[in-house]
Design a protein around this ligand. Structure first.
Ligand code: ZN
Ligand code: ZN
Ligand code: ZN
Length: 366
């Protein structure tokens, strides 16, 4: 798998006139190697020349963390060495170089100081075309992660996870615990927003105690790792109501549920990404809530929780078979309440392949 990915990266490099690829902190490195660099001050950097062996420049003390592989070899550096000297040597005569988007600026500046003739470009030129199109194996890994959080949402909907009388923070911690228990290696977020807090799309769960007769919006996900060290993300939003919802909220929720379903149904290869956004947004606007849907419809997902393609007005790129992304419209009424429904959907050869299968109706819990 890694050999194939490195080969495809080199094809992109050739097509784009790049001499070398440098990857450090971030998701591109584990995607190509199965190893995630520690986001600390010591340099870890994979150097992929157009031809010849890729080398992973890595602190000597962290080298034991890397599984030995045929696809690249390690170049461990000691505490008194300057690792950028190794990178410059490995680059040789390379001039047009793609560098990872989340590389510390300190190292980018250090490389340019040593080799002013280098011309850096974004590694996403190389990596995005690879990462945005999932292989069948990647789709199944995303599906396994999706089904894991579906089971947690099922327990929220059934009332098995207590809400009333708990703080948002306590429920968030419980969701995090269950994300790990369901086989994820890492919790990425667990938003719990009650009542008026549900009008804030990225609300931070706090001391607010959940009461009877209000909406509770839960948006949570993590990263599930395979044996090869590569992790794939889950991301799911469901809402429950702690009592019988007033008609006004039930109507709002029905508009949202219909809009989300219509956007999911619009997912097919060849469709411009923005059309998926327009379908649901149009329905929400027609119901008078246009100003209350304040964010894009979705984001790609894979080794990162947010990646290409973005489902947003202005993204005219046609969906490809294998694109995986969220469809998550929301309606937010400031100071009052809000709701969002989110599924991960893959554009398959046969149309939409929704990875999340837990019910979408507003669940009423006691
Ligand atoms: Zn989410
Ligand atoms: Zn999302
Ligand atoms: Zn509204």
């Amino acid at each position: 798998m890694f050999a194939d990915r490195i080969e495809r990266a080199r094809q992109e490099m050739t097509a784009k006139g790049l001499d070398a690829l440098l990857l450090s902190v971030g998701a591109d490195l584990p995607y190509l190697t199965g190893y995630e660099a520690m986001p600390l001050e010591r340099l870890t950097m994979l150097v992929v020349p157009l031809e010849g062996e890729p080398r992973l420049v890595i602190p000597k003390l962290e080298a034991p963390l890397v599984a030995e592989r045929d696809e690249f070899t390690l170049l461990p550096w000691g505490e008194t060495e300057d690792p950028l000297d190794h990178v410059v040597t490995l680059l040789g005569g390379a001039r047009e170089v793609a560098i990872g988007d989340t590389t510390w600026a300190r190292f980018v500046i250090g490389l340019l100081d040593r080799s002013p003739e280098l011309h850096f470009r974004s590694a996403s030129e190389v990596m995005t075309p690879l990462r945005a199109v999932k292989t069948p194996d990647e789709v199944e890994r995303l599906r396994a992660a999706a089904h894991a959080v579906d089971r947690i949402a099922g327990r929220l909907r059934s009332g098995e996870i207590p809400l009333v009388g708990q703080t948002e923070a306590a429920v968030s911690a419980e969701l995090g615990r269950q994300i790990l228990e369901e086989g994820h290696g890492k919790v990425n977020f667990a938003i719990v927003a009650a009542g008026e807090n549900a009008a804030s799309p990225h609300h931070h769960a706090g001391d607010r105690v959940i009461r009877e007769n209000e909406v509770v919006l839960c948006d949570f996900g993590g990263t599930m790792y395979g044996d090869d060290g590569v992790g794939y993300c889950s991301d799911l939003t469901r809402c429950v109501y702690t009592g019988q919802p007033p008609a006004e909220f039930a109507e709002l929720y029905q508009v949202l549920q219909d809009a989300q379903a219509a956007s999911v149904a619009a997912v097919r290869a060849g469709t411009p990404a923005e059309d998926v956004d327009r379908v649901g947004r149009g329905m929400i606007a027609a119901a008078g809530h246009g100003d209350h849907f304040v964010h894009r419809t979705g984001h790609g997902i894979g080794v990162e929780a947010h990646e290409e393609p973005y489902i947003v007005e202005g993204n005219t790129d046609q969906l490809d078979v294998g694109n995986a992304f969220s469809v998550e419209p929301g309606i937010y009424v400031p100071g009052k309440w809000g709701a969002r429904i989110e599924d991960i959907v893959v554009a398959s050869a046969n149309g939409p392949d929704p990875l999340n299968i837990v019910d979408h109706e507003l669940a009423i819990v006691g």
